[in-house]
Ligand binder design. Structure first.
Ligand SMILES: [Zn+2]
Length: 377
């Protein structure tokens, strides 16, 4: 029987690592990119096609699922895996980020957050205990601790207070998760480091999390508008403040070049809506940079989106056809563009893993950047 949760690092190159997270639901090759399946679907993609792109794990959103169709209903229907037809690992977020960005907050206290649904105005509570309960009902394999977020423009005092509260909530999350007992699905709990762009706050947060003890550690509060240079500035020290033997997950990141730079700085896991969301709006990622397929210059281009891509879209369809589909608002356009983007991200991760294993990450990353920034898409 596969272990509950086990992380093996097979090779390192500088600060970067490549390895395997072994779980009952399957293995996750790291560095890993997790497509976002917000509402029990990776938008425009069937689960088998998500898998075919190379994804070992997907992410589900607690906030969306607790409101519709509700965690209790998903549980009655056998959990998220059976409900959506994805039998491999699933990570769920805690709901904290989205409740603060999407809903109308009515009360914020040490207990938790009372908010109004963005769907129908109904009133709900999210707390560390309730977030653990929801993620368990969903059948999540990697559960995220519930934390508090404040705008990055907040004063250091406000940032520090939110980080301190998040650490108290991390402890309550640990207790709530453990109170659920042994569970076939809930295999791991990750803590989330906060502290904005402040090295001292990040250290206090890391020490508090290490003291509680988690199966993995996320770096939260980045990719929220601070810019790549500021984010890399934090990533120069933050991963080193965490437990080197556990997976490090950079939440909500990012653009392909963000991912390459973060892998060089020791990050093992990523999630982002970018490949799926961009696919639906006509943006494709390629080795020669992003392409806006709506652009008139693609109208009669019979070449593929990316000649170096092995995806089914690039194997069968021209830029001209995709241009037509997207401009006409055809559903197939969103499907094919999303499929290409997910393959592009997984091919990017596979290339990074191979480069780390072969001890040539630096050359590989530099060659990627030179083509990505130097190309015309
Ligand atoms: Zn492709």
């Amino acid at each position: 029987m596969l272990p509950r949760f086990d992380f093996h690092i097979h090779a390192t190159d500088g600060k970067a690592r490549t390895g395997i997270i072994a779980m009952r639901r399957g293995e996750i090759r790291t560095p890993a990119f997790m497509p976002v399946g917000t509402a029990a679907t990776v938008k425009a993609m069937k689960p088998q096609d998500v898998r075919a792109s190379g994804a070992d794990i997907i992410l589900g959103n607690t906030y969306h699922l607790m409101l519709r169709p509700t965690a209790e209903r998903v549980h009655r229907l056998g959990g998220l895996h059976g409900f959506m037809g994805w039998d491999r690992p699933i990570l769920t977020d805690s709901g904290g980020y989205q409740v603060m960005s999407l809903s109308e907050l009515t009360k914020r206290s040490e207990d938790g957050i009372v908010f109004k649904s963005h769907l129908d105005g109904s009133r709900h509570l999210l707390s560390p205990e309730r977030s653990m309960e929801i993620q368990r009902l969903l059948g999540s394999n990697i559960v995220m601790a519930f934390d508090e977020l404040v705008p990055t423009t907040s004063t250091r005092e406000v940032q520090a207070a939110a980080m301190e509260r998040s650490m108290r909530w991390a402890k309550r999350s640990r207790q709530g998760f453990d109170a659920g007992g042994d569970h076939a699905e809930s295999n791991a709990l990750f803590g989330i480091q906060q502290g904005a762009l402040d090295e001292g706050l990040r250290k206090v947060s890391a020490d508090a999390l290490l003291d509680i003890g988690f199966d993995g550690y996320a770096i939260g509060g980045l990719a929220v508008g601070e810019g790549q240079a500021a984010m890399f500035g934090v990533l120069d020290y933050a991963p080193g403040q965490l437990d080197a033997a556990k997976p490090r997950y950079l939440m909500g990141v990012g653009k392909p070049d963000d991912i390459v730079g973060a892998v060089e700085r020791g990050i093992d896991m990523f999630d982002c809506v970018l490949p799926t969301r961009s696919g639906r709006t006509g943006q494709a990622f390629t080795a020669r940079g992003p392409v806006n397929i709506r652009n008139a210059k693609h109208a009669e281009d019979q070449g593929p989106l990316d000649p170096s891509c092995g995806c089914p879209t690039c194997g069968s369809f021209s830029r001209a056809y995709l241009h037509h589909l997207v401009r006409a608002g055809e559903i197939l356009g969103a499907m094919l563009m999303t499929e290409h983007n997910l393959w592009f991200y997984q091919q990017l991760m596979a290339g990074l893993r191979a480069a780390i294993a072969n001890g040539r990450l630096s050359d590989h990353a530099n060659a990627f950047r030179s083509a990505y920034y130097g190309g015309e898409g």
